[in-house]
Design a protein around this ligand. Structure first.
Ligand SMILES: Cc1ncc(C[n+]2csc(CCOP(=O)(O)OP(=O)(O)O)c2C)c(N)n1
Ligand code: SF4
Ligand SMILES: [Mg+2]
Length: 191
């Protein structure tokens, strides 16, 4: 039987194995592409630490087959910063939900960006608090089927735009998949 190429990085004896995500959830894709990036960059997996908080996104770290920190809702960046200061040789990867990044952990997001801590911070925006039943997050939109590009400027201004906030506060690299998709659609050969 064909095995998924990322399975070798997947912790099979962790809590909630095989995984807690709903069928069709995009979080698994982000997990896969994170593992793929680690592989393609040739990183020493013993020196890669995944950090997560609470929520469907926060659970990603628990499936990394090496070391991980499963921390508190909204606090993964604080933990990640501490680890990076103590163990600068580690590659620290932090996944957050939009609730974590923009609501309960919003202050940590701003301060971490301003300090330009050398870590990878990925926010998965599903426009709601997924794990606890779909409550509104600062990224929620009233017509849930609307995509960001269909929203008026007024509606967009009403939301905390995580990527733009980090881009403004941090001299580090910041990219949003939404922007990349838009550039691709516009035929940008660099995307
Ligand atoms: C301090 C604290 N407050 C509230 C919760 C309950 N809680 C767990 S997950 C979650 C929402 C998660 O939403 P988000 O961060 O967007 O992640 P998603 O599940 O959508 O990936 C909440 C409110 C908690 N675990 N800890
Ligand atoms: S509740 Fe939403 S974010 Fe959580 S696993 Fe299911 S589809 Fe994914
Ligand atoms: Mg969410």
């Amino acid at each position: 039987m064909l095995k998924h190429p990322a399975l070798k990085y997947f912790r099979l004896d962790g809590p909630g194995t095989p995984h807690v995500w709903c069928t069709g959830c995009g979080i698994g894709q982000v997990w896969y592409y994170t593992a793929k990036a680690i592989e393609e960059l040739g990183l020493d997996t013993n020196k890669v630490l995944w950090v997560g908080g609470s929520g469907c996104t926060g659970r990603m770290c628990t499936y990394w087959y090496k070391d991980y920190f499963h921390t508190l809702h909204g606090r993964p960046l604080a933990f990640a910063t501490g680890v990076k200061l103590a163990r600068p040789e580690l590659t620290v990867i932090c996944h957050m939900g939009d609730g974590e990044a923009a609501a309960i952990g919003g202050n940590h997001l701003i301060q971490t960006a301003r300090r330009n801590v050398e870590l990878v911070a990925i926010c998965i925006n599903n426009f709601n608090y997924g794990m606890t039943g779909g409550q509104f997050s600062p990224r929620s939109i009233s017509v849930t089927s609307k995509r960001a590009e269909q929203m008026s400027q007024e509606e967009l201004n009403d939301k905390i735009l995580v990527g733009e906030l980090v881009d403004r506060e941090s001299p580090g690299f910041c990219a949003s998949l939404h922007d990349i998709a838009k550039k691709k659609a516009a035929g940008d050969p660099h995307e």
